[in-house]
Design a protein around this ligand. Structure first.
Ligand SMILES: C[S@@+](CC[C@H](N)C(=O)[O-])C[C@H]1O[C@@H](n2cnc3c(N)ncnc32)[C@H](O)[C@@H]1O
Length: 611
């Protein structure tokens, strides 16, 4: 029997405050104004990061994030000088001793949209001026676009569009009859979507067919922006949801809606509509991405006009808030303005539940939704205003560098602490996803140094490892001798963990302690990825200080240790297979042993061990 070692036992002697910090999982909630201001894949709560910064460093320290995404580490630095009551309470309840006060943060982010968001959020405008200017922006847009958003209700009154459901059109493989995906797939009372392999009778010939095997109808039309004919999947307006006064209503499509589509077809396209190629790579699917060659193909004409009108009108607003207004519009765009917006069916509900685009993919459903963008943008004003107010007055400073962290500008041994959340190998191709927002700013990320594994970019696991090694090399160079780096990472494959391990070790960094970041509501990708790893392992790296004493321990021996600890644990969450895998990975990395099991292999062993 192996000697039981607490998986959190650090390899180096850490000060008591840090021991306490790494002793138990730190909750990272997916809520709050700052978290919700702008959705970005795998985002961490700034309040949680602030606890790490304020426990690791003293006021005046320089902290860095080399993979800053939407700038959460910058916001966390701001919060260090303006902690919220909830943060103070969390620190007390976790027995932590943070030292609050201003920090200086330097953020590196390769992506254009991430760094744009980070710059605006961390150097926020006056919340009051922003709120007033945003209200004027939406009011002016409504005045201009009312003919596009006005709908006639079931009593003949004028109302405003809330949203509309469109449907793809299927072609029967026997008789060629066209019918909507809605008619083929939607069942009422109770509401449900038929599985794609469920047979139904073709309304044309009566033969049994399925939605999975039916062709999608396409249509060719003159593309005004490209000045050529383009062929797209055919989509027809199917159900309209509106509001008259306070009364919300819905109904099937009426002649008035088709007349409105004619008005929209003649409505001039605003100057701000980008004409930009969509570069679909790792996320490209030959089915639902058919014909989507340019950004504007991702929108209904109505929503393209709404979005571009907002961008046109921003130019009239106070110069000091224009970027914040662009951020406001883009905070709604990716999730809610494109054809990737969806409805889902929930058990026991008689109507569809409105939702946004799936995070981390570019999926277009057979029933895309067209939301009222102006109403949605207006709803985002208050959360954004509140998030600006939360960091207003903080004396922390934040510099955002829109460049690769494979080369840092900072001088050697100048940084006290790094908190970072790198891309998880092939988990999310950020630059591909982010183009839906970046192209509206007239920008596109140069993905050459993007540290991901990607078939489309021709980057193997070795390439990913080398890019990560370059970044860790820079982290090691700029960290002060006693400086430390906290790295949040998530992978279900042993070889990805090995690549990470090789990368930081090649830079002379070793694991001094580990923990788990408890994402309290797992992201969509974490839930649906083939093998989920809920709760991200978190590594504390120091400059070459780890003891070699345990390096001879092997992965199976460490696994047995984890099982023993799990069996003794009173907290049920410490016995969950996903948590055990995080603990197993942590233990291997801390012992300098290689991670030999993928998450699915590990779960089979757990199943047997527990059975
Ligand atoms: C996991 S995300 C970080 C999310 C961030 N923690 C947040 O809260 O928004 C990783 C980020 O690393 C960026 N990235 C990838 N390669 C990079 C490189 N070489 N230099 C700088 N940033 C890079 C990606 O664009 C992505 O935004």
């Amino acid at each position: 029997m192996t000697k039981r070692i607490d998986p959190n036992t650090p390899a180096v002697v850490l000060p008591p405050a840090l021991l306490e910090l790494y002793k138990r999982p730190l909750p990272s909630t997916r809520s709050g104004a700052l978290y919700n201001a702008f959705s970005y894949p795998t985002k961490i709560s700034p309040e949680a990061i602030a606890l790490y910064i304020a426990t690791h460093t003293q006021p005046g320290a320089t902290v860095m994030d080399t993979f800053a995404g939407s700038g959460t580490t910058g916001l966390a630095a701001k919060l260090c000088d303006k902690p919220t009551p909830e943060m103070l309470q969390m620190a007390t309840s976790l027995g932590l001793s943070p030292v609050w006060g201003p920090r200086h943060a330097v953020l590196y982010e390769l992506g254009c949209i991430g760094s744009f968001v980070a710059k605006v959020m961390c150097n926020a405008p006056s919340p009051e001026l922003f709120e007033a200017e945003a209200a004027t922006l939406v009011k002016e847009a409504y005045e201009r676009l009312l003919p596009l958003l006005s709908v006639i209700d079931d009593q003949g009154q004028h109302g405003v569009l809330r949203h509309a459901i469109w449907s793809e059109v299927l072609t029967c493989k026997h008789c060629g009859h066209e019918h909507t995906f809605w008619d083929a797939a939607v069942e009422q009372s109770p509401l449900r979507l038929r599985p794609s392999d469920a047979e139904y009778a073709c309304p044309g010939c009566g033969k049994a067919i399925t939605t999975a095997t039916s062709e999608r109808a396409v249509e060719t039309a003159h593309d005004e922006l490209l000045a050529v004919p383009t062929t797209q999947r055919k989509r027809v307006l199917t159900r309209v949801y509106g509001q008259t006064g306070k009364r919300k209503w819905q109904r099937p499509v009426a002649q008035s809606d088709l007349d409105a589509l004619d008005v929209i077809a003649r409505f001039p396209l605003p100057a701000s509509v980008p004409v930009a190629e969509l570069k679909l790579g790792d996320l490209y699917r030959s089915g639902y991405h058919f014909g989507l060659s340019h950004l504007h193909h991702l929108y209904t004409r109505r929503n393209l006009i709404c979005l571009a009108t907002l961008f046109d009108l921003i130019e009239r607003r106070d110069a000091s808030v224009r970027d914040a207004l662009r951020l406001l519009v883009l905070s709604y765009n990716q999730s809610h303005s494109t054809l990737m917006t969806r409805v889902v069916v929930k058990d026991g509900l008689s109507d569809f539940v409105l939702t946004g685009a799936q995070s981390g993919v570019l999926y277009v459903s057979g029933l895309p939704v067209e939301k009222n963008i102006l109403a949605g943008v207006l709803r985002k004003v208050k959360p954004l205003r509140d998030s600006f107010a939360l960091v207003a007055g903080s004396k922390s400073t934040v510099i955002v560098r829109n460049q690769s962290s494979t080369e840092l500008k900072e001088t050697s041994e100048s940084v006290d602490y790094v908190f970072t959340d790198p891309p998880f190998a092939d988990f999310i191709p950020y630059s591909e996803i982010n183009q839906v927002n970046e192209l509206w700013l007239g920008q596109r990320t140069d993905s050459k140094s993007e540290a991901i594994m990607s078939t489309a970019q021709g980057k193997s696991l070795d390439d990913y490892r080398d890019l990560m090694a370059a970044v860790f090399g820079e982290i090691s160079r700029v960290l002060k001798p006693q400086g430390m780096s906290t790295v949040v990472f998530h992978a279900a494959k042993a070889n990805v963990w090995s690549a990470l391990q090789v990368a930081y070790r090649s830079a002379g960094l070793e694991v001094a302690a580990t923990s788990v970041l408890d994402k309290l509501q797992a992201s969509f990708k974490q839930v649906v990825s083939t093998v989920s790893v809920k709760g991200d392992p978190l590594l504390l790296l120091t400059k070459g200080k780890a003891t070699a004493a345990s390096a001879k321990q092997t992965s199976p021996a460490l696994m047995n240790e984890i099982f023993e600890i799990a069996q003794a644990a009173s907290d049920q969450s410490e016995r969950e297979p996903t948590r055990l895998y995080a603990r197993y990975v942590n233990r291997c990395l801390q012992a300098g042993a290689s991670v030999e099991l993928n998450a699915d292999q590990f779960y089979s062993v757990v199943k047997e061990a527990i059975a």
